[in-house]
Ligand binder design. Sequence first.
Ligand SMILES: *Cc1c(COP(=O)(O)O)cnc(C)c1O
Length: 235
Amino acid sequence: MSAGESIRERAARVLDRIARAAARSGRTGEEIRLVAVGKTQPAWCIGEALEAGLTVIGENYVQEAEEKIRAFPSAEWHLIGRLQRNKVKKAVALFSWIQTVDSLGLLLDISRRAGEAGKVLPGLVEVNIAGEGTKAGLTPGELPALIEAAPGLPGIRLRGLMAIPPWTEDPEESRPYFKRLRELFDECALRGGAGPGWTELSMGMSNDFETAIEEGATMIRVGTAIFGSRARREA
Ligand SMILES: *Cc1c(COP(=O)(O)O)cnc(C)c1O
């Protein structure tokens, strides 16, 4: 990726790579949701991504996202960073999807706040797939209890799993984690508690999204490959 390239050019290249990886897994590029990750990027960059035809934007921080969401309310906004309990009300008002449900308490809070706002939010459960001490997410063993608690809740509908494997330059090192997440996803589906809307696997970032698609990702979250490098502010 060269620094002189525009967001439009980078986005087109990512879409092309998505289409080819999807074909390798017997799907089409349209079946993969590309979440353009806008953290640390100014609103005008989000505008360029939307003009380039992208429709889904991911943000890590509720506070940072607010202004961008107000500037581009018609995009589909996904929260992909850790959600603090005291920001749930605001997050529910701003976002269309919450990809980072990581506790029963948070699940209940989101449902209550969304219910108050007359919404049913789609949510993904974040799994700490490599058991890293520094990362958010449930352990695989904690998953069943959370998923079994969800069907009766009025304000949230769990749609699948999300994970962030350890960062690596070599996408093949991510593959076992993607396979494991896929297995967990299937196990949850078999338990039945998840319901018919259980269809989404959010995995894969700029360095490994093609591998993730080969392993069944339905959503990939891509920042630098679209927007170029950013100030490294996240953990
Ligand atoms: C930053 C971030 C991404 C995108 O990372 P890139 O390597 O820039 O593609 C994806 N998912 C989450 C949760 C992130 O925080």
